[in-house]
Write a protein that binds this ligand. Sequence first.
Ligand SMILES: Cc1cc2nc3c(=O)[nH]c(=O)nc-3n(C[C@H](O)[C@H](O)[C@H](O)COP(=O)(O)OP(=O)(O)OC[C@H]3O[C@@H](n4cnc5c(N)ncnc54)[C@H](O)[C@@H]3O)c2cc1C
Length: 481
Amino acid sequence: MRTGQQYIESLKDNRCIYIDGERVKDVTTHPAFTGIIDTVAGLYDIAIDAKNNMTYVTEDGTIANKIFMIPRSREDLQERREAISKWAEATYGFVGRSPDHVASFLASFAGASHVFERGGERFKDNIVNFYKMVRDNDLYVTYVIIPPQVDRSKAAHELDEKYVAMAVYEEREDGIVVRGSQMLGTGSAVCNYLFCSVISPLRPGDEDYAISFAVPMDAPGLKLYARPSYAQDKPSTFDYPLSTQFDESDSFVVFDDVFIPWEQVFVYKNIDLVKAQFHETPAHALGNNQAQIRFTTKLKFIIGVARKIAEMNGIDKFPQVQEKLGELASIASCVEGMMLASEYYCIDDKNGLVRPNPRFLYGIVGMQDTIYSNVIKILRELTGGGVLQGPSTYKEIINPESAGDINKYIRAGSADSTQKIKLFKLAWDIVGSEFGGRHQQYEMFYNGAPFVVKGYSFRNYGYHEATNLVNRFLESYQFPQ
Ligand SMILES: Cc1cc2nc3c(=O)[nH]c(=O)nc-3n(C[C@H](O)[C@H](O)[C@H](O)COP(=O)(O)OP(=O)(O)OC[C@H]3O[C@@H](n4cnc5c(N)ncnc54)[C@H](O)[C@@H]3O)c2cc1C
């Protein structure tokens, strides 16, 4: 396992990232990325610290981070949750694609590697070897598994150009050459490897797009186009506490004839298998389990902010405000409860693995877009104009010319101006800053558009139990005799 500093060193390579019209020379010193790099480095330091109980002995006798565990029992899921929660608490749930997200997918792939074998024996070996390499070197992998938005009504092969979406351009003896693009690589600028595939349904004719592989971030031809940074140019962490530390960045990814050796190819031109890798293995369920553990922490944190604001402004005494706080508490409890229920009622996979119960897991996944929008709406409502009455930066609080006014007028109850401004600036970073806006987009889309995630709940609820109940009742009465 590696330290935070070793993680930072691992990013000093020849990766190609463009931001603000320039190629980034060294991602570890660029202001758009240093905040999140420090945060991720902190996660590695937490994991390696024995008191945090985040390590386990692998099937091969090596020591690894529990984020790489292949869960075979409910107890494994619990251990995994406790480890993931440690990290979620360190980022307050505001880093979606921390290294535990794709690690969950890779562990599932390796645990159910027979699925990859259907494409040929070597693909099974490839996925297992890649998983072990990542696990034993404690690497950070993120993914791009969605084709670019061009025309969603068309299959990939029906677009006006063949290589708009990522596809196989050339097959060689030693590997394949990939050309095209993919969205949207959260954390990709600061990771070690990118897992690339497609989770959107493919259609017959899309075979060249039906691939799955991993690529190191400094592979020649791999280009990242990062969206604007929300961390850069901010006056201070006091003013934008979340933006400056947790902006994990999102990048559009271009494959400009990127060579991928066969050893890093897991699915090759196989429409059935690109889908099977996510759903016949526990990958999708475990990845979403990690996301729900993180989301539980994030909601707890936001609700804590709401409660503190209500107390600070003295509005928590009003029944109407208590009703709002009660609604937040209900929402947070439901999410946490469903996450725990999915673990408690986990189901045995016929391959000796367990996966979180899909009814409870996808029950929350399907509600996530509405849950998060609602939580943000309530927090916004509780803050009123308080999030905008603070000064432009902390500098007005320390400038002797303005400090008198700020200290006299911007305060609340027993809180002084610094305490009040600090809390309300945090609230603004949740509800109003660009970072906050991006988080609303993230929670709504990171797992697919709302109609996609509700499809998961629809398919995984287990309607037979519900319809059986209705059938039993309907059969219990007839025409009057
Ligand atoms: C902040 C953020 C971070 C992300 N991070 C990652 C990442 O790390 N890795 C990754 O691979 N992806 C990531 N994504 C991409 C994400 O997976 C996609 O945004 C998601 O799959 C939805 O696809 P889309 O954005 O193209 O929207 P679309 O699917 O085009 O949806 C846009 C709208 O069109 C509607 N629509 C589209 N198609 C249909 C249809 N067939 N029927 C009915 N309505 C339709 C939708 O309901 C929605 O309202 C991220 C997205 C965001 C916003």
